[in-house]
Structure formats: structure tokens, C-alpha cells
Design a protein around this ligand. Structure first.
Ligand SMILES: *Cc1c(COP(=O)(O)O)cnc(C)c1O
Length: 396
């Protein structure tokens, strides 16, 4: 499928040169300039097509430019985009109700990104418990702002910016006893991803989260689930917590929540959320009408088009095909839940990203040794076959 030559703003050379000259250089970007997306496909400025298994890093769950999300944004943009949270709108409360239903939480705080949802959760945990510390897991990722960074494990991300929020400690992921030992009476919350994303699609032992829940209850410590990456159907259920049956006190959701529009939420149980009083937390843009329209359309599309089932089915197919066909000597095994799949390699695989892109497949590598696949749920079987065909022939 060739792209009809649309008018482009900048050529490849111009875009890369202007970025180099004017953008703060915090990203190691790949040398393609994307202009258009549809479903699981994206096109660059030269009209080259790619199958997108990165999907904005687990954001474009419905595929690029889902027509229902596009229509909802267009309609809302022409009506009302933003008002201050000093006022009600006729859309934010409706979205809060829908989010409360799908998260099985009581109350929602609206922010604009994953890291902001974590900040809100950390503040709420301190306010609720009167305790200061946090326990997080090794290889976890919770964001880049000062609070979230304090509970993010990678020292390369943390050290240049210390001192951070004091009182954070890290324990091995999947080891409930390590949490028991680390609790010291001043821990406001244990913060965990139900499946680690940036850590390389790490799935904990079966009873881990249930055991942690019990430990937290005994210690009077809150349990926060970071479902920023695992939420909104990514693992084949609305939220990854559902695979364990464990309910946290607070959960954070972002990435896929609004079909590509920036939004993050903190959801909390009633008895926890009530610790926040007027003035305790706020966001100028949080829960703006435009984002709410995008999120409502996203939830409706996931339900109406049975995309949770699709995430499960296509995720299983992708995992199976990768396991059968990726037999290179550097591949150890394939793991994953729903549409969150990782190929574990036995050496650094960052060089594979360029090779796959040159063959028309966008992938990324998490934790250096895991090829992470988080494509849109709407990816077709034929597209999965093409992806697996390319990946199974990559050489390191
Ligand atoms: C991406 C991510 C974040 C940070 O989200 P941003 O929107 O980039 O701030 C936090 N936690 C997890 C698990 C993530 O994957």
C-alpha cells in the first residue's frame, strides 16, 4: 500500500537538521521522519511504510488515527477544548464515571502523563498514611519527574539529578519476602508495575501480587499499581491487575488511555482518595475537555470493537509465531501477556532495531536484551506474519 504523496512540511533532511539545531537533545532518535499513520502502519516523509510494533510505546492501542477517536477530538475541539478545573464541564464527570467502572476504583484524579499520575499517587500515599518512604522494585520505571524518578531504579537516570525525594528503597522484583524485610514502619506505599515494561516485559511469579497485598495490609502500607503501560487492554484485560485478582489502593494509568492524546490518571479507593482535600493537588490541563473526549471515544471503541479479546488473540498469535520461528542463536525465549510480548535475547540487541526498520518493521529494545513488541491491537494476522518474517531473519 503506497502513500498518496501528501503535502509535507519538512523534508527528511530539513526535519533532522532543525531538530539538531533547535530541540534539546534528550532523545536518541532513529533517522526517519514520520508523517502519517493508520491502524498498525505508519509512513515516513518519503512515503516508506512501516509496521509499528512500538505504537508510541504502548500508546496507540487502537491503532493510529482511529476514526472514532479522530471524530470525537474534531467534534470536541470545535466546541470546547479547555476550561480551568475551577469549573465543571459536561464531559469530565462522565469520563470519571467510566474510568471508575473499568478500574474498579472509586475516584479519579486527572493529569496529563504517566509521570504526573505517579506524582499524584506519591503525594496521596504520604497524605493518607502520614508516612514518608516508598518501596519500589529493581528494574522498575515510573517516570522522569523528581518524585517518580526517585522510585525509578536505573541509576543512570537518577544519579545526575540527586538529591531526589528521600526514603525510596528498591527490592528485587517478584520477591515478596524482600518487601517484608524492607518495611520499616515509615513506608507510605509499595509501588509496583503488575508486569514490568521498561524492565523488559518481566512477569512476576503467580502469587507475588497477592502476597504483597497481604504484607502491605499487615504493615499499614498502601499498595500502588503503576498500570501506565499495562493498562487499557494492553495485556488482554482492561488492567493487568485482573490477572492476579489483586486490588491496589491506588493505581496509575496513562499511555493508551486516550488513543494517543496525552492523559494520565490516578485512581484511588474512596477511603484513600478522601485524604486529598481542596488545594492538595491540581493540574491546569488535567481532565481538559479535549482529552476527555478522546478517552471516552477510546473506551467506547475498546468495548464496541471487542479489542480486549483482540489484544489477547493477536498477542497469543504473535507470541506463538515468534516462539516457533525466532530460532537465532541469540534468542533465548519469548514471553508475554496479551499484546505485551518480549523476545529475551542472550546479548545486547540494540543493533537489531536499525536492521528491522530498514526492512519496514519498527521495534524497540527494552533493558538492552529484550525486543519489546507492543503493537496496536488492530494489527492484522498478515501484518504479524510480516513482522515475524522480518524478525526471524535478523542477525546480530
Ligand atoms: C511510560 C511509563 C511511565 C511514564 O509515563 P510518561 O507519560 O512518559 O510520563 C510511568 N510508568 C510506566 C510503567 C511507564 O511505562
Amino acid at each position: 500500500m503506497a502513500q498518496t504523496k501528501a503535502k509535507v512540511r519538512l523534508s527528511e533532511e530539513e526535519a533532522i537538521a532543525k531538530d539538531a539545531r533547535y530541540v534539546v537533545q534528550t532523545y536518541g532518535r532513529q533517522p526517519i521522519v514520520l508523517t502519517k499513520g493508520k491502524g498498525a502502519l505508519v509512513w515516513d516523509v518519503n512515503g516508506r511504510e512501516y509496521i509499528d510494533c512500538v505504537a508510541g510505546i504502548a500508546v496507540n492501542n487502537l491503532g493510529h488515527c482511529h476514526p472514532k477517536v479522530v471524530a470525537a477530538i474534531q467534534e470536541q475541539a470545535a466546541k470546547l477544548m479547555h476550561t480551568s478545573n475551577l469549573y465543571y464541564t459536561d464531559i469530565q464527570p462522565e469520563l470519571a464515571e467510566r474510568l471508575a467502572q473499568i478500574t474498579k476504583m472509586d475516584r479519579i484524579f486527572f493529569a496529563n502523563s504517566g509521570t504526573e499520575s505517579i506524582e499524584a499517587a506519591m503525594k496521596l500515599a504520604r497524605k493518607r498514611t502520614g508516612k514518608k518512604g516508598f518501596i519500589a522494585a529493581e528494574h522498575c520505571f515510573h517516570g522522569r519527574t523528581m518524585g517518580a524518578l526517585s522510585i525509578t531504579h536505573k541509576s543512570k537516570y537518577r544519579e545526575p539529578f540527586e538529591p531526589l525525594v528521600p526514603g525510596a528503597r528498591f527490592v528485587p522484583y517478584g520477591d515478596a519476602d524482600a518487601i517484608r524485610r524492607a518495611l520499616n514502619g515509615d513506608v507510605a506505599a509499595v509501588v509496583l508495575e503488575p508486569i514490568q515494561g521498561e524492565g523488559g516485559v518481566q512477569i512476576p511469579p503467580k502469587d507475588y501480587l497477592a502476597e504483597v497485598r497481604e504484607i502491605c495490609d499487615k504493615a499499614g502500607t498502601l499498595l500502588i499499581f503503576d498500570e501506565v503501560q499495562t493498562g487499557m487492554g494492553r495485556t488482554g484485560k482492561w488492567f493487568a491487575k485482573e490477572h492476579s485478582g489483586v486490588e491496589p489502593d491506588i493505581m496509575c494509568v496513562a499511555k493508551g488511555i486516550a488513543g494517543g492524546f496525552p492523559m494520565g490518571i490516578m485512581a484511588a479507593q474512596e477511603g484513600i482518595a478522601s485524604a486529598f482535600r481542596k488545594g492538595d493537588h491540581a493540574s491546569t490541563f488535567g481532565g481538559n475537555a479535549l482529552g476527555c473526549a478522546a478517552a471516552l471515544a477510546t473506551i467506547k471503541a475498546i468495548e464496541g470493537e471487542h479489542l480486549l479479546e483482540r489484544s489477547r488473540e493477536m498477542g497469543d498469535y504473535l507470541k506463538k509465531e515468534l516462539s516457533i520461528r525466532c530460532k537465532q542463536d541469540f534468542v533465548d525465549h519469548v514471553r508475554g501477556v496479551g499484546m505485551m510480548v518480549g523476545v529475551q535475547m542472550n546479548k545486547d540487541g540494540n543493533a537489531l532495531v536499525d536492521k528491522a526498520r530498514e526492512k519496514g518493521v519498527l521495534i524497540n529494545v527494552a533493558s538492552d536484551t529484550v525486543i519489546r513488541f507492543v503493537p496496536p491491537f488492530v494489527i492484522t494476522k498478515e501484518e504479524v506474519d510480516r513482522v515475524v518474517g522480518v524478525v526471524s531473519e535478523l542477525a546480530l
